[in-house]
Design a protein around this ligand. Structure first.
Ligand code: ADP
Length: 479
């Protein structure tokens, strides 16, 4: 018998993506279908998205007053996904990105995403016009965080709830005076309930009301209970330790496969030769000079979370030893400027492209020798897994999902023939510089290097294992 899950999130590939969250939300329905779970994804109908549902999308749910205006949910299929778009023009029909514009975040984001959560809870409790009702509501991150709370604090329901924390840094904080506007019961504004340091947090609301809590790697699940990583929520999560699990994200191997990637010259673990063609093309594209060391690439938001500020202090020995670096990303203007400056200082070895460019990212993963991920914290991380698939050896900080997906090239791992990359700790400039030194050494040893590349390409980074873990979790909640 097919069971049903309503997945609720603020972004989903292929409709809208600002980060890894969208990749995961878009990949889960396909992965779970194989385990007998039918998943529909509810997200806001940002401008232009409803047209993607086809000519006459069906209205499957409506509300005359969803937090200040009329709203409906439109259903349709997009590239194999069963999408539900919450069409509420007073909340979502505005210029800019999903969360804000050049002037900063939208001032009413608490309301915009409380509305998404409200609609989700109503659909979970009462079903859609086509008769579909879920067994499980799966909320992603703070934007969907009030959904489990609305279900918990409203009329009794059999629907079970899961909250997945993709990044604890984003908590959906807002003022306590917003309780009534957000349709939350004042009686629950207690330390065990909705109250969060005198304020409200939609993520905390989910952490205390959802039936199960997951995050996107086993290491991050443990880290979240510690003050260095929990960002104020460590106590809340620690109290629910028995309900917390870490399930690694997977990679969509239809999109990320060096054998079948239309953006690159194809190659495989058996025939690594064409990787050199990609490398030469990439070096050419960025106008780098001749160098004999490894070509490192980095594709990332440029933020301190990602450790971008550590790079300038860690590069000199690496480039002196023949290494080169290409960076693609955007984010904090100070870090963008710092990266540009590195490229100006050493234009034959360091190149930087500020911006977001999916096709270029594919060429970089194919053409690079190594991918850098020096994050201070990283719930799961995707680019190290793309690196594994593409034989582009990951050099990562030993934190979160980076720790769980890469096997460090320690003497023991090299002797056993299982190493897939380089891990370093602590996450500081010295740690990164030493990791880059190890990278240069390993790269110089061609046989060992090829072994590490091939090990990585064989590593299981698809959804096979993780989708089974989600299915098992759902089944444990709604047997
Ligand atoms: P996060 O979600 O914290 O940004 P992840 O590693 O989980 O980090 O996911 C980031 C995703 O966004 C990856 O798919 C990565 O390739 C992609 N990405 C990040 N920056 C860029 C960019 N400038 N151009 C293209 N893709 C990017």
């Amino acid at each position: 018998m097919t069971r049903r899950v309503l997945s609720v999130a603020s972004e989903c590939v292929p409709l809208l993506k600002t980060g890894g969250l969208a990749d995961v939300v878009g990949a889960l329905p396909k992965a779970l279908a194989e385990h007998g779970w039918h998943m529909r994804v509810l997200m806001p109908a940002y401008p232009g998205l409803a047209t993607r549902l086809g000519k006459r999308p069906k209205a499957l749910w409506q509300d005359a007053d969803l937090f200040g205006g009329p709203a409906k949910v439109l259903g349709g299929r997009v590239e194999g996904l069963d999408m539900l778009l919450l069409d509420a023009p007073h909340l979502y029909d505005r210029p800019g990105g999903p969360y804000g514009g050049p002037g900063g975040d939208h001032a009413d984001n608490d309301l915009r995403f409380a509305a998404l959560s409200w609609a989700a809870a109503e659909i979970a409790r009462n079903g859609l016009a086509d008769g579909w009702t879920p067994d499980v509501l799966h909320a992603h991150d703070w934007q969907a965080g009030f959904a489990p709370a609305y279900l918990r604090y409203g009329p009794e329901t059999a629907v079970k709830t899961v909250i997945t924390v993709h990044n604890i840094a984003f908590q959906g904080n807002t003022g306590a005076e917003r309780l009534e506007a957000l349709r939350l019961p004042r009686a629950q504004f207690t330390a065990k309930g909705l109250e969060y340091y005198g304020h409200l947090s939609s993520l905390k609301a989910a952490l205390v009301t959802a039936d199960a809590i997951t995050t996107v790697s086993p290491t991050y699940a443990r880290e979240l209970m510690r003050p260095e990583f929990g960002m104020g929520l460590q106590g809340v999560i620690g109290q629910r330790a028995n309900d917390v699990s870490g399930i690694l994200n997977g990679v969509d191997t239809e999109v990320w496969s060096p054998e079948a990637d239309p953006a690159i010259h194809a190659y495989s673990a058996k025939k690594l030769g064409a990787k050199k063609t990609n490398r030469a093309a990439l070096i050419d594209e960025f106008g780098l000079g001749y160098f004999e060391g490894p070509l490192a690439v980095l594709v990332s938001r440029l933020t301190t979370q990602k450790g971008i500020d550590l790079i300038p202090g860690a590069l000199s020995e690496f480039t002196w030893r023949g290494g080169a670096l290409i960076v693609l990303g955007s984010g904090d203007p100070v870090l963008e400027a710092a990266m540009r400056r590195e490229a100006e200082l050493n234009p034959t070895r360091i190149a930087v492209r500020i911006g977001y460019d999916e096709a270029l990212s594919h060429r970089m993963f194919a053409g690079g020798d190594a991918v850098l991920v020096p994050s201070r914290f990283e719930p799961c991380g995707l680019t190290q897994m793309y690196g594994l698939r593409y034989g582009t050896v990951p050099v990562v900080a030993a934190t979160g999902g980076l720790n769980d997906t890469v096997i460090d090239a320690s003497p023991a791992a090299l002797a056993a023939g299982v190493a897939t990359g380089i891990k370093f700790a602590p996450t500081d400039a010295l740690g990164l510089a030493q990791a880059l030194r190890r990278l240069a050494d390993l790269y110089a040893d061609k046989r060992t290097w090829a072994r590490i590349q091939r090990n990585g390409m064989k590593a299981p980074v698809d959804w096979a294992q993780s989708s089974g873990q989600y299915a098992a979790l759902y089944a444990s909640l709604a047997p």
